[in-house]
Design a protein around this ligand. Structure first.
Ligand SMILES: *Cc1c(COP(=O)(O)O)cnc(C)c1O
Length: 283
């Protein structure tokens, strides 16, 4: 969503850059959308917040055949699980704020590429000219968090798969979107392009109105109600049906939508907490 706003409101309206939104699971739609003027194709996989999966290698090929470069937002997968540069991407962006820092106490972002010349230019333009420079304290926090990143991520991968499987069994859960589940439309692709696990974000729907979803979130004791993700604590964030952006989602995701970021608590505790909150609101 933040990317949608940035491309539309900043790049398009303010800077006059033409931007087109394409469903990247539909490679034919992408082929139709790229033109000789296309400079950049940007994807998120798994994407926020639906947790859909798109084919990095196939999209890189289409981008390159048309003289464009591909950048991949790898935040949901994290570098333990997915290496877009090896799959043909030119740039990777990663919110260090999330799983890499992992403690919900610092903000930062990274751009990674093998093209060192362009990286030097980005560094000069974004950091020297514009001033997008991380504070030393945040840099230190993220550096320190990153030391335990692989261990945390392994745990989160395992817990998320278990919790997603548990959610899928519940009667009032209308869908569970997690690439590790065989029910996910991108599961086979995810098995090929994600090596060590499927990440820590699950989206799911409940058969309930906005108020009940809100009450469900409020009843949670272990899980925290918050907008971010990739923290040590599990975080839950519902998207109410009155949210104007919900209309960008496919139909089945528009009711009782919840994004869940799995934390470091024991998966049994998380499941027990979700279970008691479901019962408390009659779900
Ligand atoms: C949170 C997020 C970002 C932005 O990260 P901030 O550090 O919070 O600005 C970018 N991409 C994805 C997929 C995210 O979830």
């Amino acid at each position: 969503m933040a990317v949608y706003r940035m491309f539309h409101e900043l790049f398009n309206r303010k800077f006059g850059v033409d931007t087109v939104m394409v469903d990247m699971t539909d490679l034919e739609a992408l082929k139709r959308a790229v033109t000789p003027g296309t400079k950049l194709v940007h994807i998120e996989t798994p994407d926020n917040p639906i947790v859909g999966v798109t084919d990095i290698a196939a999209i890189a090929k289409i981008a390159h055949e048309n003289g464009a470069v591909l950048s991949v937002d790898n935040t949901f997968a994290s570098p333990l699980n997915q290496r877009p540069l090896d799959l043909g991407a030119d740039f990777v962006v990663d919110a260090l704020t999330k799983f890499i820092n992992g403690h919900g106490d610092a903000q930062g972002g990274a751009i990674i590429s093998n093209d060192l010349e362009t990286m030097d230019r980005i560094r000069y333009e974004a950091q020297v000219n514009v001033g997008a420079v991380i504070s030393p304290f945040n840099a230190w926090q993220i550096f320190r968090g990153s030391v335990t990143f692989p261990l945390r991520m392994e745990r989160i991968n395992r817990s998320a798969l278990e919790i997603a499987g548990w959610l899928e069994q519940r009667e009032n859960v209308t869908f569970v979107s997690y690439p590790g589940l065989s029910s996910h439309p991108g599961h086979e692709l995810a098995k090929r392009q994600m090596q060590n696990g499927f990440g820590g974000v699950i989206s799911f729907g409940v058969n309930a109105d906005d108020k009940t979803v809100e009450q469900f979130c409020a009843r949670l004791k272990v899980v925290t109600f918050a907008v971010s993700l990739g923290h040590d604590e599990s975080l839950i964030f519902p998207q109410p049906s009155y949210d104007e952006r919900i209309h960008l989602y496919p139909e089945k995701f528009r009711n009782g939508f919840i994004r869940f970021s799995v934390g470091l608590e024991s998966p049994e505790d998380i499941i027990r907490d979700l279970d008691q909150a479901f019962h408390a609101v009659g779900l």
